[in-house]
Design a protein around this ligand. Structure first.
Ligand SMILES: Cc1cc2nc3c(=O)[nH]c(=O)nc-3n(C[C@H](O)[C@H](O)[C@H](O)COP(=O)(O)OP(=O)(O)OC[C@H]3O[C@@H](n4cnc5c(N)ncnc54)[C@H](O)[C@@H]3O)c2cc1C
Length: 480
């Protein structure tokens, strides 16, 4: 058995493992090994676009090698899978991907970056529960708390997580199929859009009464309308309960579906972390502190694997997004150099595009806090992103959610959420700015201290017109 010895062992070669490796190198820390069990490297964010071919011919255009990110991968990388970690003796055991031979790695500090795998809601027929293929390794799906080899999925059911998933969908869609998409999160909406572009008829199924849980109904209605105009059939407020050959069941309706794409989220791959003894939080992620240290000394965890406390309610959450993963790698590398930064990012924020609309959110919607004992106020405004006669003017709807009372960790007037839907594509900076404002726990009374630039032709989404409109609306109703 090949034996390695290293100061730092990283398990998992997704964005978390790779960016942590890059950060270590950037800090002149070279005594580490990263174990990757996927032979190809892809930024998963590209996966929907390999299907719709909006800017990729296929997913292969986005696939790259470990060496692209880590030129010294031959020295620091191991292409294999870790199957057991004996943490008391600080040794991990695994198998090489190519040769099936075993190896071991002794380490001093451990970074867990196993990410997550697609999770299936309880849908009868979606998975062959009696499947007894080889031990579930690598590509698995979670169903009712158990992991299954992806080969156990019904022939006409796919999930969206890996390059293999993208290739599978790409190979069978685009031939005039009727495709059902179950779940309308960030990934679900992108898949719907890309499937429509490929010429499929798309049936959208969402258990909530409106699309996208991060948006409120009065915002997602614009997205719904745009997708309907593109030809999507939308079924809201009922779960998909069954899949059969050529159909799905939604409520009491049998709907034609040649292919069923399930975009219902990701569950953290916690098996090894549990074996190591790491505390697992309420959300099913590995608990970490602000340095990404788990409950076990010398064991760190990052990325889709972890749970942190959010900035607003100080409650456990999982933010399974790329920027969070990258920042966590940077935080650990600096920590190993003796510099402790603040982190990890503790505000949920995302954005996407479908039909002719760009949409984004930061923090919480009214709907997301409805079950809490917290009075909130919300205002929505409709505007153009520049003077409406400007050729750059785009339609936009913005919504702000504010706490109406002091309660627990939240102050009266604190901005707890911001949503945007617009035809303006430069949404990233706007949403990031709101994520920062929300993360800093600012109130509506703090708004005038920000710089806002306005120009009639060019506009700029954060123009003073809209920010002062919000300031006036909220401070007119909320006494300081
Ligand atoms: C379709 C899709 C679109 C997305 N779009 C966006 C987006 O637009 N913006 C955004 O911010 N985020 C997006 N994300 C989320 C983002 O991709 C994830 O947050 C990110 O991939 C998490 O990185 P990670 O390294 O923590 O986990 P993962 O990406 O899951 O990587 C973990 C790696 O560890 C490997 N591994 C697991 N167990 C072992 C083991 N025992 N031994 C060795 N290796 C192991 C896994 O095979 C995998 O390669 C998207 C995700 C998907 C699926």
């Amino acid at each position: 058995m090949k034996q390695y010895s290293t100061e730092i062992l990283i398990v998992g070669g997704g964005p978390g493992g790779i960016f942590t490796s890059k950060s270590l190198l950037a800090n002149n820390i070279t005594d580490f090994k990263v174990v990757c069990d996927e032979p190809e490297v892809v930024c998963r964010c590209n996966i929907p676009y390999g299907i719709g071919k909006k800017f990729l011919n296929d997913i292969n255009d986005a696939v790259t090698s470990h060496h692209t990110f880590l030129p010294n991968f031959d020295d620091v990388g191991i292409v294999g899978r870790i199957s057991r970690i004996d943490h008391p003796n600080k040794t991990a055991y695994g198998t090489f991907l190519k040769s099936d031979e075993d190896f071991s790695v002794s380490y001093n500090r451990l970074i867990l970056a196993m990410g997550g795998q697609a999770s299936l809601p309880p849908i009868k027929g979606a998975i062959n529960l009696d499947y007894d293929g080889s031990n579930p390794v690598g590509e698995v799906v979670y169903y009712k708390g158990k992991s299954y080899d992806k080969a156990a999925l019904r022939d006409n059911v796919v999930v969206v997580r890996s390059v293999a998933d993208a290739r599978r969908i790409d190979a069978i869609c685009g031939t005039g199929l009727t495709v059902a998409v179950v779940g309308t999160g960030l990934v679900g909406i992108e898949i719907i859009d890309n499937l429509i572009i490929r010429g499929n008829k798309v049936e959208v199924v969402e258990i909530l009464p409106h699309l996208v849980s991060f948006l409120d109904a009065d915002m997602s209605t614009h997205l719904e309308e745009a997708l309907k105009n593109e030809g999507a059939n939308i079924h809201l407020g009922k779960p998909c309960t069954e899949v059969g050959d050529g159909y799905i069941i939604v409520g009491d309706q049998k709907i034609k579906a040649d292919l069923v794409v399930i975009g219902a989220g990701v569950s953290s791959d916690i098996q090894l972390a549990r074996e190591v003894g790491c505390e697992i939080g309420k959300t099913g992620g590995v608990r970490v502190n602000e340095r990404c240290l788990t409950s076990v000394p010398d064991v760190y965890a990052i990325g889709d694997l972890i749970e942190i406390d959010d900035a607003i309610f100080s409650e456990p959450v999982q933010f399974q997004l790329l920027p969070n993963v990258m920042m966590q790698g940077a935080i650990i590398a600096k920590h190993f150099k003796g510099i402790d930064l603040e982190g990890p990012l503790a505000v949920g924020a995302g954005m996407s595009h479908a039909a002719d609309l760009f949409w984004g959110f930061a923090g919480y919607s009214e709907g997301m806090v409805a079950s809490r004992d917290l009075n909130v106020m919300a205002e929505k405004i409709e505007l153009f992103t520049a003077e409406h006669a400007s050729p750059y003017a785009k339609k936009a709807w913005y919504k702000m959610v504010v706490s109406a009372e002091d309660q627990g960790t939240v102050k009266r007037g604190q901005i707890i959420g911001f949503q945007a839907i617009t035809q303006e594509k430069h949404l990233g900076d706007l949403m990031a700015r709101w994520a920062d404002i929300i993360g800093e726990k600012e109130t509506v009374w703090d708004l005038p201290k920000h710089n806002w630039i306005h120009q009639p032709l060019v506009g700029n989404p954060p123009s003073n017109a809209y920010i002062m409109t919000f300031f006036t609306m909220f401070t007119g109703k909320l006494e300081k």
